[in-house]
Ligand binder design. Structure first.
Ligand SMILES: [Fe+2]
Ligand SMILES: [Fe+2]
Length: 275
């Protein structure tokens, strides 16, 4: 059951004078990735083929992700009436295929690992949409991002609860859990987002260039983050792997991660300007 519907959004409050073109560009990209949730749902159904309770939860989860894409896509078409969400998504689907779509079991090596990777993604999305909600002055986008962020926090809890269940059975080590989490964080700079930025923002004649597109996306996305958003996201990541989400250790990790993120952001801003 979805917690909200696209028609619940008060679209009539849209205010063109509050638009930030930089946010419009990343919302178009985010719409592509979210809309692609169906494929990930198919993969999760295969990985958890003998767990009907989880399969039902995964189907519901992917329907919510698709709705995130549709809401963001509809907003981006309001912001830029020349943009066609369905057309951009068709291009994305034709050119980008989840690398794990053909896998019969989890690419993370275990079901616990799969669920940890899902927790990492939901930590990222919940903090990201919270950051976008705070960064935008446009009232409709603010509302949509708050609704989506609330879903992403619930998704985190969903995957976290199932992960705890599988961890009792599979008992994978803390070191292994940490490696999976770090690996998934690193994947955020792969083609999934870069290609989404490309399909959302470049005309079909322009060739795809991963480095240019990831710099264009990340320079904007990272600029929306404030310390508190990262702090919450890192706390959730630590919790996923079984480390304390608050306290002296997590403060240190957040501090390091913030400095690392700012360095990456400056690098992406320079690369985007050079392109
Ligand atoms: Fe989402
Ligand atoms: Fe989610």
């Amino acid at each position: 059951m979805k917690h909200w519907r696209i028609d619940d959004v008060r679209w009539e409050r849209f205010d063109r004078s509050k638009l930030d073109p930089s946010l419009v560009a990343i919302v178009k990209a985010a719409a592509m990735v979210e809309r692609n949730g169906t494929d990930y749902g198919i993969y999760l159904n295969r990985v958890f083929h003998d767990d009907p309770a989880f399969q039902r939860a995964a189907d519901n989860w992917s329907a919510e992700e698709v709705q995130h894409g549709d809401a963001l896509g509809r907003w981006a078409m309001l912001a830029d009436p020349s943009w066609d969400y369905q057309d951009a998504f068709r291009r994305y689907q034709q050119g980008y295929h989840l690398p794990l779509l053909a896998a019969e079991s989890s690419v993370r090596g275990s079901r616990t690992g799969e669920l940890i990777a899902r927790c990492i993604v939901e930590s990222g999305t919940s903090s990201y949409y919270s950051a976008l909600a705070d960064a935008t002055e446009e009232p409709v986008l603010k509302d949509i991002c708050k609704l989506i962020a609330a879903d992403e926090f619930r998704h985190f809890k969903l995957f976290y609860d199932h992960m705890r269940r599988y961890l009792q059975r599979e008992k994978i080590s803390l070191a292994r859990r940490l490696m999976i989490a770090l690996g998934r964080v690193g994947e955020s700079e792969d083609d999934e987002l870069a290609y989404a930025f490309y399909c959302g923002n470049d005309t079909p004649g322009v060739p795809y260039d991963h480095d240019r597109c990831i710099a264009a996306y990340m320079s904007r996305a990272m600029s929306a983050y404030r310390y508190r958003h990262l702090e919450r996201g890192i706390g959730m990541i630590l919790k996923s792997v079984g480390l304390p989400p608050r306290g002296r250790f997590s403060d240190m990790v957040v501090n390091l991660a913030w400095r690392f993120m700012q360095r990456r952001r400056r690098r992406f801003v320079r690369a985007a300007a050079a392109a």
